[in-house]
Design a protein around this ligand. Sequence first.
Ligand SMILES: Cc1cc2nc3c(=O)[nH]c(=O)nc-3n(C[C@H](O)[C@H](O)[C@H](O)COP(=O)(O)OP(=O)(O)OC[C@H]3O[C@@H](n4cnc5c(N)ncnc54)[C@H](O)[C@@H]3O)c2cc1C
Length: 319
Amino acid sequence: MSVLVLLEQRGALKACAHEAAMVAGTLARAAGAPLYGVYIGKSLEEASSLAGFGMQKVFAYEHDSLGHFCGEIYTSIVNELAKELGSTVIVGSASALGKEWCASVAARLDVELVQDCLEVWWNNGLMARKPVYAGKVLAEVRVINTPAMVSMRPNVVKVERDASPAPEVEKRGMPSSTPRVVVKDVALAPAGTVELTEAKIVVSGGRGLGGPEHWPVLQALCDALGAALGASRAAVDAGWIHHSHQVGQTGKVVSPDLYIACGISGAIQHQAGMRPAKIIVGINKDPQANIFNVCDYGIVGDLFEIVPLLAEEIRKVCA
Ligand SMILES: Cc1cc2nc3c(=O)[nH]c(=O)nc-3n(C[C@H](O)[C@H](O)[C@H](O)COP(=O)(O)OP(=O)(O)OC[C@H]3O[C@@H](n4cnc5c(N)ncnc54)[C@H](O)[C@@H]3O)c2cc1C
């Protein structure tokens, strides 16, 4: 019996990799099982950042051509390693990449997978809590069979390390099988853009923005805060911004520390994507807007006056 954690990287290890390691470490301790990590990428430079999770060993598959996520190779590596280690539980992240990776590993290993968990624990077996019905209900799930997999929603786990040392690193190269797919390049979004589902701060705009020419008003606030830019479906449907920015039931679910909704009424379908945020701020000129029923701080007023003032003050504080 052992626990295996998938350590996501984008150049460096991602925050969600540490969150998954934290969860996997807690499970391993409770189950009395060893914890292993798997890293696939160009080079694992920061194994020391994996101290404090009780991780015995990281299997580092390092090669220039493993830098970008490729479902076929990444999946077959985990598949082989999980069999070799006899992994009982495999923990990944419910990031955009992680959801695909976990799903294909689970399919290949023919094991159960609970995606997008908020909490996972061990109670004579694997237990998980996850949102269902667009976040209206939290389901408590007992996984009956092992091996099994869980993926953790980014930003919900607080990383708290113990005194355990950094894991030993066992370097492994490129697997010998010839891949049918080679990812040659990944075109990143413009510099400074933060992935919505993993962002600590999200600033979203809705129909109240009035048109696509006004996104720079919100982008200036995003830049000041280091935030990701989100949108309501009304803004997306109007063609003002790409669907990849949509927050809500038919968009992305975000769980930042701070969510600022600008010119968004706060429809239930929008709430389904932003209710997990720790602090919600609503900026709306209609005092009766629904967003004020769910926000922690509400500002009644014109976003075109308030947002630039906010951005200016934040720039001053951060200068
Ligand atoms: C099946 C289904 C799935 C859906 N999925 C989603 C989803 O994933 N995400 C989503 O967002 N919606 C979704 N919707 C749509 C949702 O019901 C709402 O229609 C949508 O969220 C409204 O977007 P909005 O708040 O931007 O627009 P509106 O509801 O039109 O609100 C605009 C707000 O801007 C305010 N405003 C206007 N001008 C200003 C100003 N200058 N300053 C400040 N405030 C201003 C107004 O007072 C108003 O409250 C879904 C609907 C259905 C039926």
